[in-house]
Design a protein around this ligand. Structure first.
Ligand SMILES: Cc1cc2nc3c(=O)[nH]c(=O)nc-3n(C[C@H](O)[C@H](O)[C@H](O)COP(=O)(O)OP(=O)(O)OC[C@H]3O[C@@H](n4cnc5c(N)ncnc54)[C@H](O)[C@@H]3O)c2cc1C
Length: 326
């Protein structure tokens, strides 16, 4: 087995997801430490432009270009990626902890009977070993997983775990040809896309999250306005989604999305563990809740005990003034 590092590059409609560049930046550091090579792996259809733009971030850009790979599907992507792993025999396979990564990486790890760390947030080194940082129990415990030197390992990382460094490599593009076939058990009848011009929830630097305390879908308007002023996104607790005040796409937590923004602001969110598990690695946590005993205050860097409907209009005005001054 080589000590090479693979990074699965996820893209959406021809645009590379920010998290993939974060992983390539960290992947370069890991490969440097292991004195090995970093490969960006791009699977899709008509991906030449994506591959070209990745040359500066990796020692090689491995591509598999096929019309059947235009949309992500577990059967085709797992089979193609598994074949690439067999051909290159890498040591570490890194991917994003996104909906796609969460679906796809456990399947690969199972195929190779290899260990997997999901939802990781950091990397460190101890002589020749790589250590993966992973939060447990809603961030109450931070664990370090030491990678064995004799076993391939799969790791998914939360978006916003690493910064993007300027690329200074000059990797060659290697086009791999793999026969792609659909799993006969799978019949996709139609794909319906939600069209959103907003920044992706998992990649947003600023999230203002509404809980049951928002008290109705119409009251999310002020959260939307603040999110726009901050170029961020509105998130929601499961209570809100279950009440059909917001779409599932906005849900943060154990059964929703895992986010790690620079600022998370919870408004009328109590801070149940199932919610905390999805946002505890946010860089700064701000909580607004009228109950001083709300559990979210245990996790918050800044807490405000107040009625959110008194506070948010003031915040919005302040942000507007700052924006006008700039
Ligand atoms: C298997 C499982 C998976 C789950 N997955 C998730 C998940 O992915 N995401 C998730 O969020 N939950 C999840 N849950 C549910 C979770 O346990 C909680 O029930 C949920 O997070 C509570 O949502 P909330 O904080 O919005 O509501 P509540 O717990 O009802 O809290 C509302 C808060 O609003 C405050 N408030 C009310 N009015 C105001 C006001 N005007 N101003 C300021 N504060 C106010 C109240 O003081 C209260 O603290 C899951 C549960 C299970 C069992």
């Amino acid at each position: 087995m080589s000590k090479d590092v693979f990074v699965f590059v996820e893209s959406k409609e021809g645009v590379i997801r920010k998290v993939s560049l974060e992983l390539l930046s960290k992947g370069k550091e890991i490969a440097g430490h292991l004195a090995s090579r970093l490969h960006a792996v791009v699977i899709g259809y008509q991906i030449n432009d994506i591959a070209e733009s990745l040359k500066v971030y990796s020692d090689s850009v491995i591509t598999v270009d096929n019309e059947l790979l235009k949309e992500y599907s577990w059967d085709t992507y797992t089979a193609v990626f598994a074949e690439l792993i067999k051909r290159y025999n890498p040591y570490m396979i890194l991917g994003p902890s996104t909906v796609t990564g969460k679906d796809f990486f456990p399947r690969l790890a199972a195929r190779f009977r290899s260990p997997m760390v999901s939802d990781a947030i950091g990397v460190d080194f101890d002589d020749n070993t790589v250590k993966i940082k992973k939060p447990l129990f809603g961030g109450k415990i931070l664990s370090w997983v030491v990678c064995r030197s004799d076993s391939m390992i799969f790791v998914t990382f939360r978006p916003n775990s690493f910064s993007i460094e300027a690329g200074d490599l000059n990797g060659a593009i290697v086009e791999e040809h793999i026969e792609v076939t659909r799993d006969p058990r799978l019949n996709i009848v139609s794909v319906e896309k939600t069209i959103s011009k907003k920044v992706d929830l998992q990649e947003a630097d600023f999230i203002i999250c509404g809980g049951r305390g928002v008290n109705g879908p119409e009251n999310f308007q002020i959260l939307e306005e603040i999110a726009d002023l901050m170029n961020g996104r509105v998130g929601a607790s499961r209570s809100v989604v279950d009440s059909k005040w917001r779409d599932y796409d906005d849900q943060i937590g154990k059964s929703g999305k895992t986010v790690s923004p620079k600022i998370y602001m919870g408004c009328g969110v109590s801070g149940a563990l199932h919610h905390i598990m999805g946002m505890d690695t946010s860089k700064v946590i701000v909580a607004i809740n009228k109950d001083p005993n709300a559990p979210i205050f245990q996790y918050a860097d800044y807490g405000v005990v107040d009625d959110m409907f008194d506070l948010l209009p003031i915040l919005k005005n302040e942000l507007q003034m700052v924006k006008e001054e700039v």
